[in-house]
Design a binder for this molecule. Structure first.
Ligand code: FNR
Length: 187
């Protein structure tokens, strides 16, 4: 008997901060995946220029093409981001705005897992609901539940590593659910 087909996921972090808590959580995910699932972390978000029509008229910048190719090639995408001023950080929104101009638009029909981490108690929830709204226009397929809001993240990351056992276990369950969500959309 053979197991389910392998799944390749892409992880995108909305923070460019050295020592980012969200990046630390994303870095932990490859060790929390069910069998047959892999996750590659996209590292080129900071190379994407600010969206400008004149740039687009000259052709998509290579950094934009790179994110489009990576999203298109993935079976599913995990987006983790901090909340800035109750919403989506500009760097992430800018990347999405660029990607939305690609044809084919790579997020269309793409399973997406949403996560956020914050030092506050709400764990970036307000950002996630704005991001869900953006994903409607992109025609992506964000998983509804289980949601991941990591509050007080500074108490859960030690020396750049996600150390909190409860959070690790919860994320492992989330990733199992996301693998199922993604496979259902591939079948
Ligand atoms: C923040 N932060 C923040 N936190 C939050 O829970 N809600 C918010 O609205 C905001 N707003 C905000 C705006 C700006 C411009 C900054 C720089 C920060 C705090 C933020 O969650 C904190 O800095 C996190 O540590 C950022 O995530 P990373 O970089 O650690 O992944």
């Amino acid at each position: 008997m053979t197991g389910p087909a392998p799944l390749r996921l892409l992880g995108i972090c909305g923070s460019l901060r050295a020592g980012s808590y969200n990046a630390a959580v994303l870095a932990a995910l490859p060790s929390l995946l069910p069998e047959g699932v892999s996750l590659e972390i996209f590292s080129g978000l900071g190379d994407i220029p600010l969206y400008k029509a004149a740039l687009l008229a000259a052709g998509f910048p290579a950094a934009v093409t790179a994110v489009g190719v990576a999203v298109a090639a993935a079976d599913g995408v995990v987006i983790i981001s901090p909340e800035y001023n109750y919403s989506v950080p500009g760097v992430l929104k800018n990347a999405i705005d660029w990607a939305s101009r690609l044809s084919p638009q790579p997020f269309a029909g793409k399973p997406v897992s949403l996560m956020s981490a914050s030092m506050g108690i709400l764990g970036g929830a307000r950002m996630q609901y704005h991001l869900r709204q953006i994903l409607v226009f992109l025609d992506a397929e964000p998983m509804n539940k289980p949601e991941v809001f990591i509050g007080a993240v500074h108490q859960k990351v030690t020396d750049g590593q996600l150390s909190d056992p409860g959070t690790r276990a919860f994320l492992a369950d989330h990733m199992t659910a996301f693998a199922t969500w993604t496979r259902r959309r591939k079948d």
